[in-house]
Design a protein around this ligand. Structure first.
Ligand code: AMP
Length: 413
């Protein structure tokens, strides 16, 4: 099946070709015809599945030529996602005369106001800043025909749902609504029944399973040895690029400092950093200036970062669905990846919750040659005992083999 059979307009097909997309991904195959037919769509797909194009291509295709009234609104939970989706939309629409504006907090109003006032077809926005612009009369939503609520579960986590509701109330009732969410908790169900009309669900793969291309294991360790284990893993594994996830902003800063002291080129991404710092971190990580990105969940959710070979959870995620999101940073598209989770005794419940969520036990492994101190986690896992593991010792699996050579670190090619 090729893009040309899906009913997209010729200029959008040209845009797709220029992006180098050969074939539609499964979510694109299923969602594009539904969106073109004007249906409301709920999309649930793993990250990196091409969901941006799945909604953007058919919507842009339906818009035709530029008009000064905004007809499309895409809501995103974070500035980075908003910027990323705006870039994708500009790329897809490059052979049309459609205009796009992106608005998000943390930066000045001037350029955003100017862009909105020129009259754009598509607005990509984070909820809070969009409400500010609406209050200042910088834009209107009364001609919106297509509304996209992207990463709805994350908007819920971040407390944006009241803002999202206020925004939806300003849109015409007669509109097409699309909602993307990795999970559908009750609050999102309520939003769906309130904001959507007979939606069709497009679900690709198991909503709760990590991508098949990711090998993921848990490394239990004593609390006092977390950092040492992180450094040992990094010096054993052959990586191209690594994201290290931390629970808190301070934790992320601390881990980044340690890595820098150990001569790694590291960028940090969390919400206390300025917009400029966040952009520099992401750009530097994408273009290879930094080999590692230390990040918190909120900052990293849904970001399209290509070819991350390894994800290391320095801290176990508190929300089970974040485990899927974090390890979804690797093994994207065709490439395979590895995800390591460092676990200490107090993580037992969080790990059990993750394993219930993905309906699978994650293997506990030891790093060969690492000078382990005792932790209760090493008590052999009796049936029914959470957190125990049989003390299996394996090295870090690299491309099908086991790699134990010290100093085997490979910088990004
Ligand atoms: P998304 O899930 O929208 O964040 O997309 C993930 C990545 O897949 C992005 O880098 C897209 O440019 C890329 N992508 C989306 N659709 C396709 C496709 N049909 N063929 C190849 N790459 C794609």
């Amino acid at each position: 099946m090729s893009f040309s059979n899906l009913g997209l307009s010729p200029s959008l097909l040209e845009g797709v070709k220029a992006m180098g997309y050969a074939e539609p991904t499964p979510i694109q195959l299923r969602a594009i015809p539904l969106v073109l037919a004007g249906r409301d769509v709920i999309g649930s797909a793993q990250t990196g599945t091409g969901k941006t194009a799945a909604f953007a291509l058919p919507i842009l295709s339906k818009l035709g030529n530029h008009q000064p009234q905004s007809r499309v609104l895409v809501l995103e939970p974070t500035r980075e996602l908003a910027a990323q989706v705006e870039t994708a939309i500009r790329d897809f629409a490059r052979f049309t005369d459609l205009k796009v504006a992106v608005v998000f907090g943390g930066v000045g109003y001037g350029r955003q106001t100017e862009a909105l006032k020129t009259g754009v077809d598509v607005i990509v926005a984070t909820p809070g800043r969009l409400l500010d612009h609406l209050e200042h009369g910088n834009c209107k939503l009364d001609r919106i025909q297509h509304l996209v609520l992207d990463e709805a579960d994350r908007m819920l986590d971040m407390g944006f749902l009241p803002d999202v509701r206020r925004i939806i109330e300003k849109c015409p009732r007669k509109r097409q609504t699309m909602l993307f969410s990795a999970t559908i908790p009750p609050a999102i169900e309520t939003l769906i029944s309130w904001a959507m009309h007979q939606p069709q669900t497009v679900e690709i793969g198991l909503r709760r399973s990590p991508a098949d291309t990711v090998k993921h294991v848990i490394y239990p360790v004593a609390e006092t040895q977390k950092t040492d284990l992180l450094l040992a893993l990094l010096s054993h594994v052959q990586y191209e690029s690594v994201i290290v996830f931390c629970r808190t902003k301070h934790g992320a800063d601390r881990v980044a400092r340690t890595l820098k002291r150990n001569n790694y080129a590291v960028a940090v991404l969390h919400s206390n950093r300025t917009q400029r710092e966040r952009e520099q971190a992401l750009d530097g990580f994408r273009n290879g200036k930094y080999e590692m990105l230390v990040a918190t969940d909120i900052a990293a959710r849904g970001l399209d970062i290509e070819a991350v070979s390894h994800v290391i959870n320095y801290d176990v995620p508190q929300h089970p669905e974040d485990y899927i999101h974090r390890i979804g940073r690797t093994g994207r598209a065709e490439s395979s990846g590895e995800a390591f989770t460092i676990m200490v005794a107090e993580d037992a419940q969080a790990v059990a919750a993750i394993e219930r969520f993905i309906a699978k036990k994650v293997a506990r492994v030891k790093l060969e040659g690492f000078d382990y101190r005792y932790t209760a986690l090493f008590e052999s896992g009796k049936p029914g005992q959470t957190g125990g593991f049989p003390g299996r010792t394996i090295g870090v699996r690299v491309h099908g083999g086991y790699h134990f050579a010290p100093g085997g670190r490979r910088r990004r090619r």
